[in-house]
Design a protein around this ligand. Structure first.
Ligand code: GDP
Ligand code: IMO
Ligand code: MG
Length: 438
């Protein structure tokens, strides 16, 4: 009897976890949104992806760009966790720890899952070589080795963080991996083979520095939830870049969607309570692939310039277009959002009228739902509704009722069409430039 009583007491204290994830093609402003919620979080967890992500946080005049360390690093009482669904380039992680330390933050709290997979030098090399090989069919990856690392993970020949601490096993795995890669690199991709000893020596140094951070992060979070601690899960990339639900093959190699948060962090799906979708007030994409509302005119150019739409990781110019509600409704379908957070509303202040896509037309047919057939997505014409703009600076607004009526209408319009309540809007990159919607 006492056992059941203990179970009941434990579950009574369990606090649910909150997921914050991108509802579009990435760069929605997840970093700043996570920073907002992290103030009350005990753990902020990255559950997938690697240093293909670039999350920007602006506090006062200071700007912090993070690619691997979760955005909770800014709060001294918050533990940043890099969970098992991620892929880690150890040098990038260590450099980012040094960078945060030089900015007065404390990276000693970072916890790294012993099950996370390691990005190896041959993964980076293969990423670049495969892109070259694909030519005009390339994905436009970040060339950080993400795809090849996940490929090895699923082929069950990947190398995990824990392998760093067993030199014999580590050597065996590197040599085994290079056996076929050293054939592929010169024969197929016309590039030089790699020396296992060099890699082993390099990674030995990383092992010593990473060891104090390595943990069973699934257990850490499980116990945290039981003790009533707040867990915030930070998605990288976005729903339309999801390997299963995105615009395949023009996607990343992991699951940013809400289900991926449970799998990648090692906590059960019933522990996920709030699922907050982050969407820009317009939309952007980096890399290749279909993009129905993309603008190739001066309106698109203005969005890029005013929105500072240049990649945090690669510096590439992002492609921009009007908000796509077909895609946003789809994003809600695969994520079950409890709320939306709309970012960068201030950028739309520049436009006299604002368009939103409600449907696509392809071969005379109207598509209200996101098409499963990629060719439809490539060839469709978005069906736009035009809403009046507000053409007023809104960057100093802090309450919803102080927004111009047209801006309020735009927000309500999105809410009605997507059928998810909008909880917050941001009106500038700085931490305080935010409006809570009541
Ligand atoms: P993430 O990858 O989703 O974290 O987004 P990024 O950091 O790559 O890109 C978002 C960019 O928009 C960053 O430069 C942010 O500082 C900036 N940003 C975020 N929210 C706002 C906003 O409300 N208004 C403006 N003007 N910029 C914003
Ligand atoms: P955050 O977290 C936007 C895109 C790349 C490419 C595709 C595959 O900052 O939103 P990869 O290197 O992952 O194999 O590239 O995915 N991509 C992103 N686009 N934001 C990101 O991250 C991205 N991470 C990857 O441009 O099209
Ligand atoms: Mg980004």
């Amino acid at each position: 009897m006492w056992l059941w009583e203990a179970v009941r007491v434990a579950s009574r204290h369990e606090m649910p976890a909150t997921v914050v994830l991108g509802a579009q093609w990435g760069d929605e402003g997840k970093g700043r949104v996570v920073d907002y919620f992290a103030e009350s979080a005990d753990f902020v967890v990255r559950y997938q992806g690697g240093n293909n992500a670039g999350h920007t946080i602006v506090v006062g005049d200071e700007k912090l760009a993070l690619s691997l360390i979760p955005s909770g690093i800014l709060y001294p009482d918050c533990t940043p966790v890099i969970a098992s669904g991620t892929v880690i380039d150890p040098k990038v992680l260590l450099d980012e720890m040094d960078m945060t330390m030089s900015r007065g933050l404390d990276p000693s709290r970072v916890k790294l899952s012993s099950n996370a997979h390691l990005i190896m030098p041959y993964h980076r090399k293969l990423d670049a070589a495969i892109e070259r090989y694909l030519g005009k069919n390339r994905i436009g990856t970040t060339k950080k080795g993400i795809g090849p690392t996940y490929t090895d993970k699923y082929a069950r020949v990947g190398i995990r963080v824990q392998d760093l601490f067993d030199p014999k096993i580590f050597r065996k795995k590197v040599e085994a991996a290079l056996e076929d890669k050293n054939k592929l690199l010169p024969r197929i991709y016309n590039t030089l083979p790699m020396d296992p000893d060099e890699i082993i020596d390099e990674y030995r140094e990383y092992a010593d520095r990473l060891e104090p951070h390595v943990a069973d992060t699934s257990l850490l979070l499980f116990n945290g939830l039981r003790e009533g601690k707040q867990v915030l899960l930070e998605g990288a990339q976005g729903t339309l870049l999801d390997i299963d639900h995105g615009t395949y093959p023009f996607v990343t190699s992991s699951n940013p969607t809400a289900g991926g948060a449970a799998v990648g962090s090692g906590i059960g799906p019933k522990s996920l309570d709030e699922i907050i979708g982050v969407a820009k007030a317009y939309i952007s994409r980096v890399g290749t692939g279909p993009f129905p509302t993309e603008l190739h005119d001066e309106v698109g150019d203005r969005m890029i310039e005013l929105g500072g739409e240049y990649g945090t990781v690669t510096g590439r110019r992002r492609r921009c277009g009007w908000l796509d509600l077909v895609a946003l409704r789809y994003s809600n379908r695969v994520n079950s959002f409890t709320k939306l957070f709309i970012t960068k509303l201030d950028i739309l202040s520049a436009f006299e009228t604002i368009k939103v896509a409600n449907a696509y037309q392809s071969a005379g047919e109207i598509h209200d739902e996101f098409p499963v057939q990629q060719s439809v997505l490539y060839n469709c014409e978005p069906q736009y509704e035009e809403l009046p703009g507000w053409e007023t600076d809104i960057t100093a607004v802090r309450t919803f009722s102080d927004l111009p009526k047209e801006a309020q209408r735009y927000v309500r319009y999105i809410e009605e069409r997507v059928e998810v309540p909008i909880g917050w809007i941001s009106v500038g990159p700085e931490r305080s430039q935010l409006v809570e919607v009541t």
